[in-house]
Every structure is written in structure tokens, then in C-alpha cells.
Write a protein that binds this ligand. Structure first.
Ligand SMILES: [Zn+2]
Length: 186
């Protein structure tokens, strides 16, 4: 496998009802695939960000549901605790979002940073939106804001020599710890 190609293992499972885009990294763990088994196959190949809110929090890896937007874990995280903030509405571009959606995406991003920092003691974040497939958006049709925690020690040699990314926590455990730490009033 060369960098930039999708691992073959992802082609054999249907991830269309879940959120995330396979990348070149193979993971050291696979228990998160239980969510595919438990959830069964989706009835259609609709937008995963539209389907996620229709599932229960554990199945969809949702950590918080707001009024106009929600927060969930990326199924294919760059780092442990990689969150996405999405409007419920199926809009592609940031300038398609309403004033209320923009405000809540911003507020949820701030709360997510505080929660992740309190849970995982990370040293920094990457925040951002890829707008359009040409800009790197995996699911370009539905707006999503990335929140990627970074640690001073996270740029290790592993991805370079082995195309393997070591993620220290299982997704279900990460979702639970972030959901538990989310303030009730936010
Ligand atoms: Zn959608």
C-alpha cells in the first residue's frame, strides 16, 4: 500500500451510514467495527452526516446534540478525540449556513475544545473546514468543522515507517469520556 491510497480493508465494509473518510493509515485496533455489525446495513446510501442524528449517540459516535448543529467523533480520526461539528441541515458551504448555524457551530467548537482539553490534556488543536472535494473534503456535500487535538509528542515515527497510526483509546471509550465531560448547559 502506498500513501494516499485507501486501505483495502475498508473496501469490504459499508461505512456509508457512519462518518469519516478512510485514509492511508491502518489502525492497530478494530473493535470499532462492532458498530457496523450492531447497526446492520443502511437502507440507502444517503449522506452520513444526515443519517448520524437519526441513530442513537453510541452508534453514531455523537457526543452532543445542539439546536442547529451536533458534535460527533470522526470514524477515521487523525488523532484520538478528533471531533466534527456539523449543522443538521444538508448544506455544503460555510456561506450556505444560516447566522444561527454559524453561531452554534462556533459555540460548539469552543465547548468541544474546552471539553477535549479537560479530558485529554492536549497541547494544541487543528481547526478547519475543507470546502469542496478539491480542497480535501471527504464528504463535501455536508458542511463539517474538524477539531483535531494535538500533543507535543504525537508526531512520532510510526506513521512514516509503518503507515500505522497508534490511537491509544477506542472510539467508544473516547465518545463516552467526551460526552460525560460535556457541560449540561452548552
Ligand atoms: Zn447531509
Amino acid at each position: 500500500m502506498t500513501p494516499g491510497t485507501e486501505p483495502e480493508s475498508f473496501e469490504s465494509i459499508d461505512t456509508s451510514h457512519l462518518v469519516g473518510v478512510p485514509d492511508a493509515f491502518q489502525r492497530l485496533w478494530t473493535p470499532h467495527r462492532m458498530v457496523y455489525i450492531k447497526q446492520g446495513q443502511p437502507s440507502d446510501d444517503g449522506c452520513p452526516f444526515c443519517i448520524a442524528p437519526t441513530l442513537d449517540d453510541e452508534s453514531a459516535l455523537i457526543v452532543h446534540r445542539g439546536e442547529h448543529a451536533f458534535v460527533l467523533l470522526n470514524l477515521f480520526p487523525y488523532n484520538s478525540g478528533h471531533l466534527l461539528v456539523c449543522p443538521y441541515r444538508h448544506v455544503a458551504m460555510y456561506d450556505d449556513a444560516t447566522t444561527e448555524e454559524v453561531a452554534e457551530i462556533g459555540a460548539l467548537t469552543q465547548t468541544a475544545m474546552r471539553v477535549v482539553r479537560s479530558v485529554s490534556r492536549n497541547d494544541g488543536f487543528n481547526l478547519g473546514m475543507n470546502q469542496g472535494a478539491v480542497a480535501g473534503a471527504g464528504i463535501a456535500a455536508h458542511l463539517h468543522q474538524h477539531i483535531v487535538p494535538r500533543w507535543a509528542t504525537d508526531a512520532n515515527f510510526f506513521p512514516i515507517i509503518a503507515q500505522t497510526k497508534a490511537l491509544p483509546q477506542l472510539l467508544g471509550d473516547v465518545r463516552q469520556s467526551i460526552a460525560d465531560a460535556w457541560p449540561a448547559s452548552a
